[in-house]
Design a protein around this ligand. Structure first.
Ligand code: ES4
Ligand code: ZN
Length: 326
């Protein structure tokens, strides 16, 4: 359709993508087979049947199970390379991707294996597909702050290739404040800071991410509109929200796409951007996220373009690189 062509034609930046969430069932089966691991599914069809979620936790349980088949550097390379070739076809020209080291180190896969595979694919993507990148390691918030400190320690040999740290996994009951010390220590190592907040959790968690963790972007942040003072803060300080509309519908953060807050956020002057979160599980990469949102909310061409501009604006590209894309 016309709308999809317009979206396809706009160069885009992906700022909220979990590499483990880009693991398509076809590749999962292939890697399981060569690693001699049996998946609890007998076909790709039955995998897709299992991808029905009522909340974030139901998704996370299946997402962590899927990641179990990743064992070797080549597996992490293949995962990342498949993602990059996919988004290249969607005119994504810059990515800032998350990985969850603890999902792998807790199973005995070393930090080195994980990051070497991912980084080799990102470098290839830069040279072959001309996709620039930043890499963000996420601490799992359902685990302890002490465990996050161990991950920070393990990352230090690679701190020149890791651009920032994030905070993901089960939000309710795991407020940002739980990670105050490790975020402070991460900043002291030169890492940039982001955190998931206000996806399922309340606006207080967004305040905590800003005031206690001192993050520069909020991942999701859906729940901010109920809090006028918070909206003012986000607008005044140009704090970006990396929204993931398809994810929100899949996890029932909203009941229907036409309830998505992104249009209201733009109206109120919030630096809102659109991303894909876990596309293999939620059924939408960047273009589908833009398309579904634009269609359900009747976004204007100007709004669609603003969302894409905001993606570069909120990125960690240098000011001169941003200018080339905007
Ligand atoms: C995630 Cl959608 C979402 N929320 C929180 N943590 C996550 N990790 C991967 N996807
Ligand atoms: Zn996310």
């Amino acid at each position: 359709t016309e709308l999809l062509k317009i979206i396809q034609g706009i160069p885009k930046a992906e700022l909220h993508l979990h590499l483990e969430g880009s693991f398509e069932p076809e590749l999962m089966f292939e890697i399981a087979k060569r690693n001699k691991i049996t998946l609890p599914y007998d076909s790709i069809e039955s995998v897709k049947q299992a991808y029905k979620f009522n909340n974030l936790q139901e998704f996370l349980d299946i997402y962590y199970a899927g990641a179990q088949v990743l064992l070797h550097e080549q597996d992490f390379f293949d995962l990342t390379w498949a993602y990059l070739t996919k988004v290249h076809s969607q005119n994504v020209v810059h990515v800032e991707v998350f990985f969850d080291p603890q999902t792998h180190t807790d199973r005995g896969v070393s930090f080195d294996v994980v990051i070497k595979g991912i980084y080799r694919a990102l470098e290839k993507g830069k040279s072959v597909l001309n996709i620039s990148f930043k890499l963000i390691m996420s601490y799992l918030r359902h685990l302890s702050e002490e465990a996050a400190f161990e991950t920070l320690e393990a990352s230090l040999p690679y701190k020149d290739i890791i651009d920032g740290v994030g905070l993901d996994s089960s939000e309710m009951g795991n407020p940002p404040s739980k990670f105050e010390k490790v975020f402070k220590a991460s900043a002291a190592q030169g890492y940039k800071l982001v955190a998931h907040a206000g996806e399922e959790g309340p606006s207080e968690y967004i305040w905590e991410a800003l005031d206690i963790l001192k993050v520069e972007r909020i991942d999701h942040g859906n729940r901010c509109l109920t809090d006028e003072a918070l909206v003012k803060r986000l607008v005044d300080e140009k704090i970006a929200l990396t929204l993931c509309p398809t994810s929100n519908v899949a996890l029932k953060v909203i009941q229907h796409m036409n309830e998505h807050p992104v249009a209201k956020m733009l109206d109120q002057g919030i630096m809102a951007t659109i991303h894909s979160d876990d596309p293999a599980y939620f059924g939408g990469y960047m273009n589908e996220n833009y398309y579904e949102t634009a269609k359900a909310l009747n976004l204007t061409l100007e709004q669609i373009q603003q969302l894409a501009i905001n993606g570069f604006e909120a990125s960690w590209l240098s000011e001169s690189s941003k200018k080339k894309h905007i």
